[in-house]
Design a protein around this ligand. Structure first.
Ligand code: B12
Length: 216
């Protein structure tokens, strides 16, 4: 496919997310797929760029929450289209179980969902327990599913503290030795992960897969 035509489709995806035009995004994603563009590239150069642009506009108060909510909905719908293509060539053998969720007080799930998809594609059984997950619910999921890895997502500087709380609670419940804890989300860093005693940190979904494998 001609490079500038591909770039035009990515630009349509970005504009469609920023300007609340779901059809524009859907058509561009479908066209990219039909043209054989790699699903991961569509995600990175189209969808993620779109939601990041929207986030920057929000920070500058040039757009407001309803636009972000709509952009997030468009993003999620496009992910539904992309998911089977990301999963093409997926591992069929299960290499481990991951319980993952977004911490208490936090409703952001686009990033967590991508991490879940990429982990499943790499052969992990992923049990996604959703958003705004209480510490008790994380503990109970660890008891029930006995995962090798627990993934904690947080997108707010305020809810990052919950990651620490979950780890402390695992210690108190005598469960800490049974599970490796991996943390992530935009405000989270390697340094924060070390500070709260997590076993791993990743800044994006591909890295998350590599880190998860290294923790097995
Ligand atoms: C979309 C969005 C929303 C949507 C979320 C919809 C949804 N279903 O997720 C809605 C509209 C609901 C929302 C609400 C709010 N939001 Co908001 N939101 C965003 C936005 C624009 C994009 C986030 C996103 O999805 N990015 C795309 C994904 C793919 O990236 P990601 O989440 O970072 O995930 C990747 C990595 O971090 C990593 N990762 C993620 N999770 C995990 C987990 C593990 C285990 C690992 C290893 C890795 C990993 O891998 C992912 C894939 O590569 C960001 C701005 C930004 N650019 O981050 C603001 C942002 C996060 N929101 C913000 C704010 C302030 C809010 C609100 C408080 C606004 C308000 N006034 O009400 C509310 C809070 C609601 C709540 N209680 O959670 C601020 C946070 C500021 C801060 N420092 O805390 C930001 C940074 C915007 C800003 N610049 O001000 N938001």
């Amino acid at each position: 496919m001609v490079e500038h035509a591909k770039q035009q489709l990515f630009d349509n995806i970005v504009s469609g997310i920023v300007e609340s035009e779901p059809e524009m995004v859907k058509n561009a994603v479908l066209q990219c797929i039909a043209d054989g563009v790699n699903a991961q590239v569509i995600l990175d150069d189209g969808l993620k760029r779109g939601i990041d642009n929207l986030g920057e506009l929000f920070e500058r108060q040039e757009v407001f929450l309803p636009q972000i909510m709509f952009g997030a909905k468009i993003f999620a719908e496009a992910m539904d289209i992309l998911k089977p293509h990301l999963a093409a060539g997926a591992e069929t053998q299960t290499i481990g179980t991951v319980v993952i969720g977004t911490v208490h007080g936090d409703l952001h799930d686009l990033g967590k969902n991508i991490v879940s998809i990429m982990l499943s594609v790499s052969g992990f059984q992923v049990i996604d327990i959703g958003v705004d997950v209480s510490t008790d619910a994380f503990l109970s999921a660890v008891r029930t599913h006995q995962p090798q890895i627990l993934g904690l997502s947080s997108l707010l500087t305020t809810t990052m503290l919950e990651q620490r709380f979950v780890i402390e609670s695992l210690v108190e419940a005598g469960l800490r030795e049974s599970v490796r804890v991996m943390v992530g989300g935009a405000p989270v860093s390697e340094r924060w992960a070390r500070e709260i005693g997590a076993d791993g940190y990743a800044g994006d979904a591909n890295r998350a897969t590599a880190v998860a494998k290294s923790l097995l």
